[in-house]
Design a protein around this ligand. Structure first.
Ligand code: GAR
Length: 203
């Protein structure tokens, strides 16, 4: 059993996928705190419904991002979190949080990194006309969307896709890949080698 802190900014469907997987037993984890960078994020409602403690930060709290990260790290530690999952957290996570949870901050990105990094991974891939895109789960580091890749899942772009239909398939893929990847971490199968690549051991 691992204890997770989850960072969100929006609708929290990935948070929901994590909660559902813990409840079904597919993910041996407990979400101990949900932190939102927006007080009106719907993900906070999901957390309340699941009985998970929450903390919401206002825009003012991020005037100094370092102070915000120190506060978030303190609250996550106090809640007993061992890993931090950025599940649609649209803020950069900085040094204080990355240091407090060294190689234990996990991000989900809606494209096949290193392609289409940034805040609009799905739309940027769609606009580029790629035939294949997907989802990446990776460890976060100080540079946005560049940390060691843990798992990826490909999603084909169909001829008749529009942005909405592609988004729907990307999200559905995320909701499978993220809990599965967290379960690999819970089972102690995920490590980072000397060249900063992720190794996964299977039986
Ligand atoms: C997800 O698609 C996630 O991959 C993306 O935000 C969405 C959040 O949805 N994150 C990024 O783009 C980070 N660069 P959710 O709030 O419903 O989980």
């Amino acid at each position: 059993m691992i204890r997770l802190g989850v960072l969100i900014s929006g609708s929290g469907t990935n948070l929901q996928a994590i909660i559902d997987a813990t409840e079904s037993g597919a993910l041996d984890a407990e979400v101990v705190l949900v932190v939102s960078s927006k007080p009106n994020a719907y993900g906070l409602v999901r957390a309340h419904e699941a009985g998970i403690p929450t903390m919401a930060l206002t825009r003012d709290a991020y005037v100094d991002p370092t102070t915000a990260d120190v506060l978030i790290a303190q609250e996550l530690k106090a809640a007993g979190a061992q890993y931090v999952v950025m599940a649609g957290y649209m803020r950069k996570v900085g040094h204080p949080l990355l240091e407090a949870f060294k190689d234990r901050v996990i991000n989900i990105h809606p494209a096949l990194l290193p392609s289409f990094a940034g805040a609009h991974g799905i739309g940027d891939a769609f606009d580029a006309g790629v035939k294949l895109t997907g989802v990446t789960v990776h460890f976060a580091n100080e540079e946005y969307d560049t940390g060691p890749i843990i798992a990826q899942s490909a999603v084909e772009v169909a001829e008749d896709d529009d942005l909405q239909s592609l988004e729907a398939r990307i999200h559905a893929t995320e909701h499978v890949l993220l809990p599965q990847t967290l379960q690999l971490i819970a089972e102690g199968r995920v490590s980072i080698d000397a060249s900063r690549k992720v190794c996964i051991t299977y039986e």
